[in-house]
Ligand binder design. Sequence first.
Ligand code: AMP
Length: 285
Amino acid sequence: MEIITTVADMKAKVAEWKAEGLTIGLTPTMGALHEGHMSLMERAVAECDRVVTSVFVNPIQFGPNEDYDNYPRDLERDAAIAESKGVSVVFHPSVEEMYPENYNCYVTMETLTDTLCGAKRPGHFRGVCTVVNKLFNIVDPDKAFFGQKDAQQLAIIKRMVSDLNMRVKVFGCPIVREEDGLAKSSRNTYLSAEERTAALCLSRSIFKAQELIEGGERDAATVKRAVIEVIEAEPLARIDYVEVVSLANMQPVETLGEAGLVAIAVYIGKTRLIDNFLYDYTEAE
Ligand code: AMP
């Protein structure tokens, strides 16, 4: 496995692969790799001849008071994990390589970015869309793999690819959880032992929503109330948002439609964590 740090070298490698007729998979990450990322790599390796895992803590998707400086970084460990999963290249550009002086072009999206993390983290999805667009142009993958953990991000990337007529096929992969239910996240490393226990209120509330919806509940307010009740029982938790939205446009719904998302963001101490439950009865009904 190679670690590539420049756009030129990455493009040269991609050209080599294309000349051989090989298919390329991409798994974009910010590093501090865990089993959630590994599941994307495994799927990509199973479906593509060559896989690129990007490891780039993208400064433009962080707000001014967010954790850009403290975000965990450990390239050596990440590279060892990627190699063990059969990844061909870890693409690890510097910030200057991705955003040279006078960098001036950004990708924005409308309705889908208005709610949830888009509303709470202004500019976040502008940063995500821009970096993912750049990665797609650099790696020119046949397939790209994203986690359902970041459900709004996945919906936005899918829409960007469709709206901008990109050739890549985007796949969503299920949320990988710890044994006790907590969704795996690089940010879980910020939690103290006490906070780690408190953080279980996220998955507990999501499982509660799942139970209600699978039991036939279709009133969004009832689902939200049940979720809020579980989180509010945890003294270390502070709700950032609890929302039930349509999968099509990420806008809140009053009655659950065919496909949607129960999405939450919760502060545990200073750490902001997200989780969600996706329901999709499009084919089942
Ligand atoms: P990040 O490094 O947090 O930007 O995440 C990189 C990719 O891994 C994104 O597509 C995430 O949705 C995905 N991911 C992160 N955590 C998980 C998880 N627990 N389960 C599945 N995918 C995940």
